[in-house]
Write a protein that binds this ligand. Structure first.
Ligand code: FAD
Length: 455
């Protein structure tokens, strides 16, 4: 009944499915508490409506369903005082000036999201929305001047919206196309029908392309043709591809599987008007595709490893809601989450990635390429034609981007990059999403057993 063997190890991760399920029984309640009971983690500020899709005209594929709509917070009174635009502008004064990126690089200790010594007690870290060189996604700008909206994540749960068809497929196709390391990226293919225009200058592209073997290119080409005909093939083989490319694909596919699980688990039965799990949806999208389930578990291992690595950072982090009691409580809850996870690489070992590989790619160029491609995935999210899907798509790419930053940029060799408030919020909420998806899978498996009459 179970599409994956509990004792089997999740490939590319170090833990078994059973280990991760066991971890999740402890982690899930702690995460739920963190993201549902604290202001810090339940409000997210993002530019949901004013960013144009940088790749194609986004007039088509818009979702008109009411379920696609997002309720934003119109009234500033509903937002904790410290985050209101007025407060944020106040923080731009010299006292609350946050050390800029240049200054940060000169500091010889990690910044840990605080404001520095002579800066007063305020703790909102503001940035412009330019990428830091160590970012894996295009950051949302949380500053007062940005055209953003506060959204209560609790009021806008990720669930079935009815967004489907050409528009949704075009997005998934563009996202998976970023995985084509063996070919020029979508952004380099500026000409030709169906190709995407370069949204930004300076994309480095893949280096070491000369080392590509023909087999890999042919296979990729076949997959692209299949997807152009509307036939996606997600059961890709990677025997001739390096670990990093496989990891990139698995992160995307695992995120896709998590979204599918959520929409199947909180589905609208249009004849009764009731929301609830839809077993047929689970069977079609997940149960019959064990590799998607495997990729979801892979993401869980990756996210959990990043959370475990964040323990010291969380300890020093200033959670700011303007209420010290609430800040203390928020920190305790975040620490509780991080402390449940083993501190070492028992479940996922990122240190094996970005080493020189037999295909001739150097670790550094591969990492740069990986990072650029992941940033592009975050840009594609602005093309999603359903507001609620765009909200969760943007949040989750920011969450995975933050996890990748924690895994690959937090090391003993250099000061850890400071995380923006929205990165921290996106990261823990994304971990909560994957954790909830894993829990939902076992509910579906129970329903399937009942249907088949198993004890
Ligand atoms: P899709 O899920 O659209 O998949 C397209 C193709 O990709 C499939 O035919 C399959 O071959 C391949 N594929 C599917 N799953 C995987 C996987 N895990 N790994 C690899 N390949 C795979 N809808 C909602 O109801 N609620 C939401 O919150 C929501 N959020 C979304 C967020 C984003 C960013 C996007 C792009 C779409 C979102 N959607 C959401 C739409 C939803 O994901 C589907 O696109 C839609 O339900 C149509 O599903 P489908 O069965 O046609 O296949």
């Amino acid at each position: 009944i179970c599409p994956v063997e509990p004792g089997a190890t999740v490939s590319d991760a170090c833990a078994s499915y059973g280990d991760l399920d066991t971890l999740n029984t402890r982690l899930n309640p702690a995460l739920r508490e963190l993201v549902t009971e604290t202001d810090f983690f339940s409000y997210y500020r993002l530019n949901l409506y004013n960013k144009k899709c940088p790749f194609w005209s986004d007039d088509e594929g818009l979702c008109g369903n009411i379920a696609c709509a997002v309720t934003t917070l119109e009234n500033e009174e509903d937002i904790p005082e410290i985050w209101r635009a007025e407060e944020l502008s106040r923080l731009e004064g010299p006292k609350a000036h946050h050390p800029g990126k240049k200054e940060q690089k000169e500091l010889d200790r990690p910044l840990h999201g605080e404001l520095g010594e002579n800066v007063g007690e305020s703790c909102v870290v503001e940035y412009d929305d330019e990428c830091d060189e160590r970012d894996y996604c295009v950051p949302e700008d949380e500053s007062a001047s940005a055209k953003g909206d506060y959204v209560s994540l609790l009021d806008n749960p990720e669930r079935f919206t009815g967004y489907a068809g050409e528009g949704a497929h075009q997005i998934w196709e563009a996202i998976y196309r970023e995985n084509c390391f063996s070919k020029p990226s979508a952004n380099e293919q500026s000409q030709g029908a169906g190709s995407l225009a370069p949204p930004f200058a300076g994309f480095s592209g893949m280096q070491g392309q000369a080392a590509q073997d023909l087999k890999s290119v042919m296979k990729e080409h076949g997959r692209q043709l299949a997807s152009q005909e509307g036939k996606f093939e997600d059961n890709m083989e990677f025997d001739d591809e390096c670990l990093e490319k496989r990891v990139f694909y698995r992160v995307i596919s695992g995120m896709h599987a998590s979204i599918s699980t959520h929409l199947c688990h909180d589905y609208l039965n249009q004849s009764t008007g009731k929301w609830g799990p839809n077993l047929e949806c689970y069977k079609q999208r997940l149960h019959t595709h064990p590799e998607r389930i495997s990729n979801l578990y892979f993401n869980y291992a990756l996210m959990a490893r990043a959370a475990g690595k964040l323990k010291d950072y969380v300890q020093d982090y200033t959670f700011c809601t303007g209420d010290p009691k609430q800040d203390r409580r928020t920190k305790d809850m975040a620490l509780k989450v991080a402390n449940i996870i083993p501190a070492g690489p028992e479940i996922f070992d990122e240190s094996v990635m970005f080493r020189e590989n037999p295909l001739g790619d150097t670790g550094i160029s591969l990492k740069e390429d990986f990072r650029n491609r992941f940033r592009n995935v975050s840009r594609i999210m602005d093309c999603v034609g359903c507001d609620k899907c765009r909200l969760w798509g943007k949040l989750q790419t920011a969450g995975y981007g933050t996890a990748l930053k924690i895994l690959f940029e937090f090391n003993d060799e250099q000061p850890a990059p400071a995380l923006r408030r929205i990165e921290v919020v996106a990261f823990f909420n994304t971990l909560d999403k994957v954790s909830h998806a894993i829990k939902a899978l076992s509910e579906f498996q129970g329903m399937l057993a009942d249907e088949k009459g198993f004890p």
